[in-house]
Design a binder for this molecule. Sequence first.
Ligand code: GRG
Length: 300
Amino acid sequence: MNPDVDLQHFMRDIQTRAESALDARLPSATRMPERLHQAMRYAVLGGGKRLRPLLTYATGRALGVPPEALDGLACAVEFIHVYSLIHDDLPAMDNDDLRRGKPTCHIAFDEATAILAGDALQALAFQVLAHDPGILVGAEKRIEMITALATASGSYGMVGGQAIDLDAVGKSLDLPALENMHIRKTGALIRVSVNLAVLSAPGVATEVAHGLDHYAKSIGLAFQIQDDILDVESDTQTLGKTRGKDQDQNKPTYTALLGLSGARQKALDMHGEAMDALAGLGREADLLRDLSRFIVERNH
Ligand code: GRG
């Protein structure tokens, strides 16, 4: 079998599956307050690579969890991700007008509506984890899942990483400090996308769970390094978001610290670490391997 073809099929299937799972869990655009619900649907639907859902479903496949039991988990993580994109694009943060190839939420609607849409998506994520009937675990496991997502997205995770990032504008960070920021800002949510699927599988051996967590941590960093590379090398149209923002805002990046070829090597090293972390798993984890490769080879 050609791994590229397998991955393309999987990505297409999951992107379609995630789209309808997200659609089904979002409030209807005709339900009050209509404008808020329209903004939530505008930001979530019809765009994005759905990398985090892809990781949840690929981990589930490696552990024998059926996709129906993963839909709610994948949606919860994607709702948090989209809320972070909406808020990150606001004038008070990155002040961007393009996201996923279309006007950002506050441009298409207005700033107050965009803030509220992000807030409501965050709440919806936890509502889904707490109540989604498809998630086939008991109350105790659900609480573990809610705790994991809250920790990954809160002040010790994504929001904390964003705070460190905002504070670092115009300053120089060394490599460990840059890595610490990204482990929180983008890495934590990528990591929990894998770990929620692990929590949904019964009887996962501790070494397997550790291996998957290490895989997720490694690809989280690889993802960010590639993001920095693309910010230098790609163009706005391919990225679907404004290129070169990091340099313009004088933000510390892997490319600034290591140069382009150093950053490329570091991304490959992280991919290698992710592969090693999956050594205890067989062919059932091949999609996770392919996704890691996709992360370091992607052009958007
Ligand atoms: C504002 C609460 C708050 C958090 C912001 C993660 C984050 C923290 C902001 C996202 C902004 C950003 C551009 C981060 C750099 C890397 C990143 C997460 C890019 C977007 O993720 P992709 O490439 O996006 O997976 P798609 O659109 O494909 O889902």
